[in-house]
Design a binder for this molecule. Structure first.
Ligand code: URA
Length: 443
């Protein structure tokens, strides 16, 4: 773990905590555009985590932060307080350099699946604590759970042992990491306060710093399928997170990448695993390979392994070997057949021309309506449901060509998904100008 410039808050005894501040004063300070003191931030985060500040008070504060913003020192302190609300893993028993990747979430974003074993095959250790999908974006754990036998939940000792022996772990974050964020994120989700850059940055970075990684690469998505719809907002979020990482001794860089179109040709769970395995076998769609390699190079660089060659590790099968070992270590069978859908509807082109656009958000909603995603945290997801694209923006099409297919467990799910997908895929007489996938690097 690198040096850190941050002092972490001390936990107060409960009676000291109750008399230190009042929630209303903290809310008023931010509501009126003031700056919260370190002591106020430490207090409100700790008191909320311990149930001494009510949900409605924290909702008011989150809304004040969304409307008024936070200064860099406030964001740094808020992040430190969220880290201090739980445990911080110590990965010093892992002999290799540790490096993680975090994506702000997109449609068809399966990059973690090929990237984690690829970077492990190149000599680093990748501790990936991942989440489940909510709404139109998919979750890495949901995708991996479509592999028969694979377990998302592993204990801290098993996590560290797998990191040491295999070099790659993708699993669910334990309850003990940044519990303040767990509680606050659930509240933001239902109070219209997710989209505050200080709160997003501190939420993501508190979990990544608490996980104990030595270095971090952020994939900040921009476009219709992403949280951040504009490059300016994405840049501000990326800069905020890169600074937070540095302040906490975690070498951090960010790439801004396009999320106006889904990544690859598949959106769903089992279909995305299959596409990831194609990439690990040396094939797969060009955009998935490009982003996997771009992120792998950044990760190896910040991990202090700049001479490693991830393209060679994809070609010569080392990345595939690491994938198989990683899946087996968590009970999965990498050779098991993947779930197939009962219902498949293929949609064909109605005119000649070129695919002008495939809107990421609408395809994400279509996959969700097919059953690949969930509306509430406790909903189940279908392994087999999803969208398979047969054409991407820029591809020429003729009347009758297959454009995409919709897969579901029940036929009743298809019409609403088809309505979304029809809005998403546009055919025009001229090809669109190509646009870069990796838009900017910050770090
Ligand atoms: N992902 C997170 O972990 N937190 C946020 O606030 C937004 C996205």
């Amino acid at each position: 773990m690198g040096p850190t410039a941050v002092r972490y808050p001390q936990r107060l005894e409960k009676d000291q905590l109750m008399s230190a501040f009042t929630a209303v004063d903290v809310i008023r300070t931010k509501r009126d555009g003031g700056m919260l003191s370190e002591a106020q931030i430490d207090w409100v985060v700790d008191a909320y985590t311990r149930g001494l500040v009510a949900d409605e008070q924290m909702s008011a504060l989150a809304m004040a932060i969304l409307l008024r913003g936070m200064t860099a020192p406030e964001i740094a302190r808020w992040t430190a307080a969220m880290i201090a609300s739980g445990q911080r893993l110590d990965l010093s028993a892992v002999a290799r350099p540790t490096v993680d990747k975090h994506s702000t979430g997109g449609v068809g974003d399966k990059i973690t699946l090929p990237l984690t074993p690829l970077v492990a095959a190149c000599g680093a250790a990748v501790p990936q604590l991942s989440g489940r999908g909510l709404g139109h974006t998919g979750g890495t754990l949901d995708k991996l759970e479509s592999i028969p036998g694979w377990r998302a939940a592993i204990g801290n000792d098993e996590f560290i042992a797998q990191l040491r022996d295999v070099g790659a772990v993708i699993c669910a974050a334990g309850e003990g990491l940044a519990p303040a964020d767990r509680k606050l994120y659930a509240l933001r989700d239902v109070t219209g306060t997710v989209e505050a850059i200080p709160l997003i940055a501190s939420s993501i970075m508190s979990k990544k710093i608490a996980e104990g990684t030595g270095a971090l690469v952020l994939d900040v998505k921009v476009g219709s399928g992403a949280f951040m719809k504009s490059v300016d907002d994405a840049r501000e979020l990326a800069r905020t997170m890169v600074e937070l990482g540095g302040a906490h001794g975690v070498r951090t860089v960010a790439l801004l990448t396009d999320m106006s179109t889904p990544l690859g040709l598949t959106v769903g769970n089992a279909v995305e695993v299959t596409e990831s395995v194609e990439v690990l076998a040396g094939g797969g769609p060009a955009d998935v390979v490009e982003l996997t390699l771009a992120l792998a190079r950044e990760m190896l660089d910040v991990a202090g392994l700049p001479d490693a060659d991830p393209a060679a590790a994809l070609r010569d099968g080392r990345a595939m070997d690491a994938w198989r070992a990683m899946i087996r270590a968590q009970g999965g069978d990498p050779d098991a057949p993947m779930a197939t859908a009962n219902e498949v509807e293929v949609v064909h082109a109605q005119s000649d021309g070129f695919v002008e656009s495939v809107d990421a958000y609408a395809i994400g909603v279509a996959a969700w309506r097919l059953g690949a995603g969930r509306a509430r945290k406790e909903d189940p997801v279908s392994a087999a449901a999803g969208v398979v694209l047969h054409k991407r923006p820029g591809d020429p099409v003729r009347v009758g060509d297959r454009l995409y297919e919709l897969r579901a467990d029940q036929a009743t799910r298809i019409p609403a998904a088809r309505a979304e997908a029809e809005r998403a895929v546009r055919v025009a007489s001229v090809a669109p100008a190509p646009s870069p996938l990796v838009m900017e690097r910050i770090g």
